[in-house]
Design a protein. Sequence first.
Length: 318
Amino acid sequence: MHSYIKLDRIEEIQLIVSDLLCEFERLCKSANISYSLGGGTLLGAIRHQGSIPWDDDIDVFMLREDYERFVKTYIGAQLSNPNYQIVDGNNGASGIAFARLIDCRTRVVCKKTTAIQNLWIDIFPLDTIPTALAEQNEFEFQMRRLRKIRLFFNAPPMTGKTKFKRIIKTPFTIMGRCLGIQKKICRKITVEAQKYNNETDTKEVAEIVAQGWIKGTCCKATFKNSVQVPFGDRTFSAMPDYNHYLTGQYGDYWELPPEEARKAHKIDVEIAFDQYDAQMQQKLLYYIQRRDIENENMHKLRLLQNEVEKQEKIGLYQ
């Protein structure tokens, strides 16, 4: 019987997913597969030299052909660390059209989706995008439509902005998962995303299977000429044209977003603390002890405030 503890701080979650990133890089080196940090993880590496302070997951990119080789190599395989597992929408996970490296010692409940069960890093394939603007618009329209359907069937029971939507939505999402519609949509996304991969006159690739629209792009020909970028106390691979990608994805990516936009996933996380090595336990204990001290100080502050209020009320009656 494992001893599970709840993680309340973003720094605790970042410790776990950073370890996942190190394992992912080891797997790539072992199979001689190129990758790049992507999305918010690449933004964090360039702007913060580590995780974005409010980010709780990791994104990595691969060219489609390398992604397929990675999945074929590691899906269903026994990794050197048995606590880690590679999953995708057809093997070990549901509701995703990409792969994940998960930590099986963790349990996650997400209020927005059933597609997250463990702490994870997302492994996204990069697919070719058409050069003609009209084709881009049509491609994007189809991918965004499929994304909306995927997210609909990933919704947990009794979720929705209104009571009416919660009541109507729930039986359809449950039925869709039972009938395999969720998996069919993910397979459709995978097929549609590769529509232009055999085109020879297109030069740019993008992550389209998850976000459903074309923003940040990078050059396919130079993708594997990666550069090393700092991320915490280590360095990881990044596409050489990361400035072009980040500008397309985020605009002026050096400017911090407003406070209200700095949001992580709404997840509750528990970990089997006794299953981690002594080094990780020590790191986690540092934050747990800080949390306990802060909670104790807050308790003392509340007691002090109650005492002040009590004295003020006594003064009113004297």
